[in-house]
Design a protein around this ligand. Structure first.
Ligand code: 475
Length: 838
């Protein structure tokens, strides 16, 4: 049914219908051809890195086949599509994931072995694209993997930053940030679409004129840049469906600086061109705190404007009514960063296509939905009205118009309420502060048909606290979609030992597409052979991490010790400081013991990894504190292997794949009510670690499924937090005070630098470190006691791992598709054997 385009010759038509076969020799020839003809290398300068690139290019060829079939079928079937808009995609490395999803890992391993290369070594040649900060960006990538795997017609849209999240080095215990120019080497996965470009406007003014009694607006911008598309094929697991992640890069246009050239100001013209390229040059390294910088707003509008144009162009490929837009298009906003898409779509509908306001609004409202990722009010995005007006004057008008209608309705609804004006002030899209500001979350809530939190506890807090007024006004809008992670990357790619056990005992690979299946292995919980295999898999993962630590940090760690790990962005609410205080507590206890008593203690290796935002002073001091504790403890001859403290530098997706499978215990210790969900908690438990944690975020649901007796849960519950905060100036208690005093007196690092960490706990302690400390150390003692009983520990660990079915992102995505997007899957037929050339 599809038109043949220009491939009208029968011969060409047939040639293009063929698919690459999976013979070993075909794989080898493809790699060699890419080395020779794409990379222009010879037999004399063929090396591992060129072998990696050539292998990657040969895999990309296959992805292009399935990608093309997928896109063609999506267009032919004309089903509704979802567009996942996110300013971050923390993709991680692609090669192993692609081979696993294509089912070709073993074939490639064999083919490469014969030509003298180890597949696993090639994996290590790949750069890790860090186009995200943390949980939010990684969630977006897990979602794409699940969307592809579940055959949903979906696309991701984001930004192709030249510099990803900074590379973290630890120098004398301090974090040092290095630029991550990940494109220094060619990116073998992406496809540059020099034919897919859009003009993006900024600044200027809005012209008004009257046409047939209706006021028309015309935005006259004073700046133009160009967006160019880069496509990244995302294969699903065990399906031919390959979806697209389209990332935009900014470029100068040739037209707009013509005047400067004409006037002979060559350098001025080059400068404006560079300013255009600058838009997508760097990812903001801020997690959970909005930056408020003009460049950031430019990035946001840039990618929203390009995306909306692309979506509309695709929609208009067929003649249609605008009312069909919500039947063909769902747009999910990953937090408020893509929120300007809302006024942008309205602008396009009203100003460009001449729709009347109410009609455009009704369409827009059905298209958008919004996910919130934090309850902390200071983390909500706001843009000053002044900046908005200067950069996006027409969008500001549209936001005022949305607000005008909304405020009218709110005013009517609360007409007789004595607090009417307070309520309106609270719900307004505009904060009447100085300077006045646009509240992006309010814009999203008012303009979307669905708003969701990312774990049950978090979604309830949105309804009862942060957005309580909105929930009262729009009760049906609010939903929960508990996060999940992809078992393809987080079990299959990261943990070969565990994957082999699952496949062996379940006698199939089905668990990779239906993680609930692992629960069936609970019947083996007392089977000694099964237990032994599980124990061995963990040990091997610990050995792999120990090697990594020795190479990266120069520290030898004992693999018979308990590996106690906390990896995530450094934040006061996540409480890496509480973990550090426990390390000191344990160290002092060990020091006070007799040699005989020491010998009876559980050995522990404490590991912390994570980046601090470059401007976040307290977070950087926490990194320094942990490194200082390591300096003291690791060099104390009294302690030896009994305790080690390691800071794992440059935590990123590829190091997470080595770190997480090696954990015995995982610290998930945020103050109750602060961590929206957490996703590393899920990855750790899936890989057999036991949670040391609070009743926060998705921890609550994890223990619901695995049994609370299979985790170590401590600390204030969310309903107790407000009351406890009132007493936050209370004394620390003698055991904790002793630790505070040690830090203040310079036992660990320079007290001039680190005392402020202690003082803020003594005085404000808004995250309840003091009040949770004693129940924390009690649970830590319990963890030691259980660890001494290795059988019991192993059963807890296995029970956790086998009961994580609900935390596959496949479950999450299925719920979004059903409850928010109203999306049907489209299965892409696999090519028949006769279509495969030989
Ligand atoms: C939550 N990032 C986790 C995860 O839902 C949750 C903010 C501003 C600018 C750039 N990045 C951010 C976040 O807010 C973020 O990563 N939030 C996290 O989202 C996925 O599991 O609890 O903290």
């Amino acid at each position: 049914s599809a038109s043949r385009g220009e491939a009208t010759s029968e011969k060409l038509w047939e040639l293009m219908a063929e698919y690459i076969d999976t013979e070993k020799s075909t794989i080898q020839k493809a790699i060699v051809a890419h080395v020779e003809y794409t990379l222009a290398r010879t037999r004399f300068n063929f090396d591992k890195n060129s072998c990696f690139k050539a292998a990657a290019l040969s895999i990309r060829d296959r992805l292009i086949e399935s990608w093309n079939d997928t896109q063609q079928l999506f267009t032919a079937e004309d089903k509704k599509r979802v567009y996942y808009m996110s300013i971050e995609f923390l993709i991680g490395r692609s090669m192993q994931n692609a081979l696993i999803n294509l089912g070709l890992e073993d074939k490639y391993r064999e083919a490469l072995e014969e030509v003298g290369y180890k597949l696993e070594e090639l994996y290590d040649e790949e750069v890790d694209p860090g186009l995200g900060n943390g949980g939010l960006g990684r969630l977006a990538s897990c979602f794409l993997d699940s969307l592809a795997t579940l055959d949903y017609p979906a696309w991701g849209y984001g930004i192709r930053y030249d510099y990803g999240i900074f590379r973290q080095m630890i120098v004398k215990g301090y974090q040092v940030e290095m630029p991550d120019y990940w494109l220094a080497q060619m990116n073998p996965w992406e496809i540059e679409r020099s034919d897919v470009t859009y003009d993006i406007y900024f600044g200027g003014r809005v012209e008004k004129k009257w046409e047939n009694g209706i006021e028309k607006s015309n935005w006259i911008p004073n700046e133009i840049v160009k967006a160019i598309a880069y496509d990244n094929p995302i294969p699903g697991y065990d399906t031919f469906n390959t979806i697209n992640l389209r990332l935009w890069k900014s470029m100068p246009t040739n037209e707009f600086d013509f005047q400067s050239f004409n006037q002979g100001d060559y350098f001025k013209a080059i400068e404006t061109r560079q300013k255009a390229e600058y838009i997508t040059s760097v990812l903001y390294p801020n997690d959970s705190t909005p930056s408020g910088k003009e460049l950031r707003l430019r990035q946001q509008y840039f990618f929203c404007c390009a995306t909306i144009q692309d979506i509309i162009r695709r929609f208009l490929k067929k003649p249609r009514e605008w009312e069909e837009l919500p039947d063909k298009v769902a747009i999910q906003l990953n937090d408020t960063h893509p929120a300007i898409s809302i006024p942008e779509l309205l602008r396009v509908l009203v100003d460009k296509y001449g729709l009347e306001w109410q009609r455009a609004w009704n369409i827009c409202y059905k298209v958008f939905s919004y996910t919130n990722h934090t309850v902390m009010p200071e983390a909500l995005e706001k843009w000053s009205v002044e900046l908005f007006e200067r950069l996006l004057p027409r969008h500001l008008e549209i936001i005022y118009l949305i607000n005008f209608h909304f405020m009218n309705q709110v005013g009517q609804r609360y007409a007789n309420d004595p607090k009417k004006f307070d309520i309106m002030g609270y719900m307004s899209l505009i904060e009447e502060s100085r300077p006045k500001a646009v509240r992006m979350a309010n814009l999203c809530i008012v303009s979307s048909h669905a708003v969701n939190g990312v774990a049950a506890l978090h979604s309830n807090l949105l309804k009862t606290q942060l957005f309580a007024r909105f929930h009262e006004y729009f009760p049906k809008k609010f939903q929960n979609k508990t996060n999940g992670v992809t078992p393809r990357r987080w079990i299959k790619c990261s943990n070969k030992g565990l994957s082999d056990i699952y496949t062996k005992y379940l006698k199939s690979n089905n668990w990779l597409s239906d993680l609930y299946e692992t629960k069936n292995l609970m019947s083996y919980i007392d089977n000694e052979e099964f237990q032994e295999e599980f124990r061995q898999a963990k040990l091997q993962n610990k050995e792999r991490l120990a090697k990594w630590v020795e190479k990266e940090c120069g520290i030898k760690i004992p693999t018979d010790a308990m590996f106690d790990i906390m990896v995530k962005r450094i934040h006061e609410y996540k409480r890496q400081n509480l973990f550090a205080l426990y390390m000191i507590y344990r160290y002092f206890n060990l020091k006070a013991m007799t040699v005989d008593d020491r010998a009876k203690q559980v050995k522990r290796v404490f590991m912390v990894g994570g980046k601090a935002a470059p401007g976040y002073i307290a977070a950087k001091k926490i990194i320094k504190l942990i490194n200082s504790i390591g300096d003291v403890v690791n060099n104390d001859p009294d302690i030896g292997d009994l305790m080690k403290v390691v800071f794992l530098p440059n935590y990123c997706v590829s190091s997470a794949q080595i770190i997480i499978p090696a954990a015995d215990l995982t610290e998930q210790i945020s103050t109750a009510g602060t961590e929206a969900s957490g996703t590393s908690n899920m990855k750790f438990v899936m890989n057999g670690a036991i949670i040391m944690g609070t009743m926060d975020g998705a921890n609550v649901e994890i223990v619901e499924d695995i049994g609370i007796q299979n985790a170590f849960i401590f600390g204030a519950r969310v309903h107790e937090v407000d009351r406890l905060r009132v007493q936050s100036g209370a004394p620390a208690g003698s055991r904790l005070q002793r630790i505070f005093d040690a830090i203040k007196s310079g036992t660990f690092g320079n007290p001039k630098e680190l005392s402020s960490l202690v003082e803020s706990l003594e005085q404000h302690d808004i995250y309840l470190v003091k009040s949770d400390f004693y129940s924390y150390i009690e649970k830590q003692e319990e963890a030691d006691a259980v660890y001494k009983n290795q059988d019991r520990w192993l059963k807890m660990s296995i029970t956790g791992a086998l009961n994580m079915g609900r935390f596959s992102s496949d479950r999450t995505i299925h719920e979004y598709a059903e409850d928010i997007w109203d999306l049907e899957s489209v299965e892409i037929p696999k090519p028949s054997l006769s279509a495969i050339s030989r």
